[in-house]
Design a protein around this ligand. Structure first.
Ligand code: SF4
Length: 382
């Protein structure tokens, strides 16, 4: 099944660690509103142009508003985008519609309105339940606001709520991270995505590390917290179905699942990526250039690539190892490659060490294997 992604490139403020493309107000409020409007008009043009291509007239089972901070958009704007998508594409009834939500940007009324507009999954950027962590990360909300936002989401009728949490903050101890997870459990999210803090190039955090103002956690401590997280969440009923993602039964993200099982997806908005059959393309990561191109009736594509069979096969293998495993028979059929013949020793070693299991002809990493996913993928390079 296929998916639609919308990149909403606006944030109230740029967090020090973030390298996703987005812009924050930096001048007059009127100029910023005009930019948002210009972007929205351009987004509609992009949807119109892409929907005119017959290849893309297939059923879609998920829509994901990411960013940036899509929850900054007004209800009318979200509604307009959803209406446009359902008139231009075959959006299935029962489609998973996710809105990334920053707890500092919505109240219960806005959440109720999003729900009424058709959003049925909230992915909440909480990151930490400690105010000093949030301050360090330069988030715009407090821990209490985040909790209040979760309670509001439940009251607004959302059942499918996911939390984003960040671990491996400088000098973070296991006890402190445990307290974060325990506070998350009190709020009973259906899904948790948790990532270690990465020092991305060209971010304020990177400059803070370079100038020794901040000392990152060691790789060993980071790995220890990750392994602790896997055990903790498993003991609280969350199934790990990807390196960084955990869900209660029935609540895996269908949208992300489509990325990981190599399904087709169309991305709209600056910096959005698309994948269709063997072709991948990505948009310019600049909202002004994005809008200018569309105003000139030119697609805002910055680059593309067509994967050859070897690239496709390796990607499918690595995506499978990162997530729900590799379907051995399907892999053999699609690529004429018998993994047991090409990688017998590696596979036997992983099975013997309980780093992977073979179940229903699916070869899948275990909780012990996920932390070594990168090394394991490297050992499979064909
Ligand atoms: S709110 Fe999200 S997208 Fe925006 S700067 Fe912070 S982490 Fe990045």
């Amino acid at each position: 099944m296929s998916s639609l992604y919308l990149h909403i490139p606006f944030c109230e403020h740029k967090c020090i660690y973030c390298d996703f493309y987005s812009v924050a107000p930096n001048g007059s409020a009127d100029a910023y509103s005009a930019l948002v409007q210009r972007f929205l008009d351009s987004l509609k043009k992009e949807v119109d142009v892409r929907s005119g291509d017959e290849r893309f007239q297939v059923p879609y089972e998920t829509i994901f508003f990411g960013g940036g901070t899509p929850s900054l958009l007004a209800l009318s704007e979200i509604k307009e985008i959803l209406n446009l998508l359902s008139t231009r594409f075959q959006v299935l009834s029962g489609a998973e519609i996710t809105l990334e939500t920053n707890p500092g940007t919505v109240d219960i009324e806005k959440l109720r309105q999003f729900k009424a507009a058709g959003v049925n999954r909230i992915s909440m950027g909480i990151q930490s339940f400690h105010d000093d962590d949030l301050k360090f990360l330069s988030r715009i909300h407090s821990a209490e606001q985040a909790k209040e936002c979760v309670r509001n989401a439940y009251q607004a009728g959302f059942d499918n709520v996911s939390f984003d949490l960040i671990f491996a903050l400088p000098s973070q101890t296991r006890e402190r991270w445990r307290s974060n997870l325990e506070q998350a459990m009190e709020l009973a999210p259906k899904h948790i995505s948790t990532y270690s803090l990465i020092v991305e190039p060209n971010t304020p955090l990177h400059r803070m590390v370079e100038s020794k103002q901040v000392m990152p956690l060691s790789a060993e401590a980071d790995a220890e917290l990750y392994e602790f997280t896997i055990d903790f969440l498993a003991s609280h009923g969350y199934e790990q179905y990807e390196v960084s993602n955990f869900a209660q039964p029935g609540y895996k993200s269908r949208h992300n699942g489509n990325y990981w099982n190599h399904s087709n997806y169309l991305g709209f908005g600056p910096s959005a990526h698309s994948f269709w059959e063997r072709q991948r393309w990505w948009n310019v990561a600049n909202v002004v250039e994005y809008s200018t191109r569309l105003e000139q009736h030119v697609l805002p594509v910055a680059g593309d690539e067509r994967l050859n069979v070897d690239q496709l096969r390796n990607e499918e293998l690595f995506l499978g190892l990162r997530s729900e495993g590799v379907d051995i028979a399907g892999f053999r059929k699609r690529y004429d490659t018998d993994l047991f013949a090409t990688h017998r020793q590696t596979i036997e070693h992983l099975l013997n060490e309980r780093l992977a299991v073979l179940h229903d002809d699916r070869f899948k990493l275990t909780a012990k294997g996920y932390p070594l996913c990168d090394e394991i993928c490297a050992s499979f390079l064909i």
